[in-house]
Design a protein around this ligand. Structure first.
Ligand SMILES: C[S@@+](CC[C@H](N)C(=O)[O-])C[C@H]1O[C@@H](n2cnc3c(N)ncnc32)[C@H](O)[C@@H]1O
Length: 363
């Protein structure tokens, strides 16, 4: 952000005010997106099979006629933010203009029923249980305890909250969101076949309900895959000969395999706990000697080379991990320290899926 630009003092002040206001009102973008998901705007356009006018959309969404102007303004904001595209046509009737709205690549990620639907990510992230904690941030920032904001505000960890009731909407929503995120990796899997070459077995630690492991299992049917997660997460899940679900605690021990996969795991935990997990991973692959490996999929922050949008997203993720779980997104030098402290001898970082990294770690 460059505020040192030429121009009068007044202009700099106006520019600064715009910048400040834009951040104050940033939550409106999230909430507008939430409203679009709740209304099912992307589904309506998709089901219609072609772009829709405002009137067609309002009727399909069963909005009260008094809310058509609200829908117009919601679409105007969301179109500005890249979620829909609008085209103005001459309708033929006395030369009147007609605007039609169509989907864009980001709103295609909000179509229900598609394996890449990220709507649960939207609803989960702006759920009141995650937003209300921010009203306790002063208490959190001034107290001595090393708790996440979530735990400080609610008196329970995010995991305890999710697991309180295995049938709760939150646990399902969370696992659904993770599964959709994993589907996006399907595209990346093709690029990283070499990562799985020569392996006979792999254990996906914290693998949830197996969304990602199932993709690996499809791509490499001879590879023995184990999804390892908390007992309540994998309860009642069954696989086949080469896909097993095992319940346990990664802080205690991890089933043995040629490779261990940690996708979206280490960013949930602070360095001490991440070290514990990595050491257990090292023990789990010890049977494979020097050719075993740990495959980490997580964010690697690089403020010097990332573009502004990607970097902002990574820093947002870091803040979310810190406040929700006391976890963190790591810079390259932090990854290196963690990996070497856990007793590994080398590693290789490859960017993957736009903003994530694949980190191969060797004993
Ligand atoms: C952020 S999710 C990642 C899920 C999955 N790897 C993915 O990318 O879709 C973290 C996972 O770690 C699991 N987990 C948390 N504590 C655990 C523990 N002590 N032992 C095993 N798994 C745990 C959670 O149940 C959850 O499924």
């Amino acid at each position: 952000m460059d505020f040192s630009s030429n121009g009068s003092e007044e202009n700099q002040l106006y520019h600064a005010q715009i910048h400040l206001y834009k951040h104050i009102y940033g939550f409106i973008n999230s909430m507008a997106l939430k409203s679009a998901v709740e209304l099912g705007i992307a589904d309506a356009i998709q089901n219609h099979g072609k772009p829709m006018t405002l009137t067609e959309l309002a009727s399909s969404l069963k909005l009260h006629p008094s809310k058509v102007s609200v829908l117009y303004r919601l679409l105007r904001l969301l179109t500005h933010n890249g979620f829909f595209a609008k085209t103005t046509l001459m309708s033929g009737k006395e030369g009147e203009e007609e605007t039609i709205y169509s989907l864009t690549p980001p709103s295609m990620l909000l179509i229900s029923g598609k394996s890449t639907c990220l709507s649960p990510f939207v609803t989960g992230t702006v759920h009141p249980c995650r937003l209300n904690i921010w009203y306790s941030s002063t208490k959190w920032l001034t107290e001595e305890k090393e708790l996440s904001l979530f735990e400080s505000a609610r008196g329970e960890t995010f995991w305890d909250y999710l697991n309180k009731d295995t049938e709760s909407d939150e646990l399902s929503m969370f696992q659904e969101a993770m599964a959709a995120d994993s589907q996006i990796f399907n595209l990346a899997l093709k690029e990283c076949n070499h990562v799985f070459e020569g392996l006979k077995s792999i254990v996906d630690v914290g693998g949830g309900r197996g969304g990602f492991t199932k993709l690996i299992h499809e791509a490499f049917p001879d590879l023995k895959c184990t999804v390892f997660d908390q007992p309540q997460v994998v309860a009642n899940l069954s696989g086949d000969e080469n896909l097993k679900f095992v319940g346990g605690d990664m802080f205690e021990s991890i089933p043995s395999a040629d490779a261990v996969l940690l996708k979206w795991i280490l960013h949930d935990w602070n360095d001490d706990l991440s070290l514990k997990i990595l050491k257990n991973c090292k023990t789990a692959i010890s049977g494979k000697g020097k050719t075993g490996k740990v495959i980490i999929i997580d964010i690697s922050i690089d403020e010097t080379s990332d573009n502004h949008e990607t970097n902002e997203l990574k820093l947002d993720f870091d803040f979310m991990m810190m406040t929700l779980l006391n976890g963190k997104e790591r810079e390259k030098k932090e990854w290196e320290k963690l990996i070497f402290d856990a007793g590994f001898s080398s590693y290789k970082i490859t960017p993957i899926c736009g903003f994530k990294s694949l980190i191969e770690v060797y004993p």
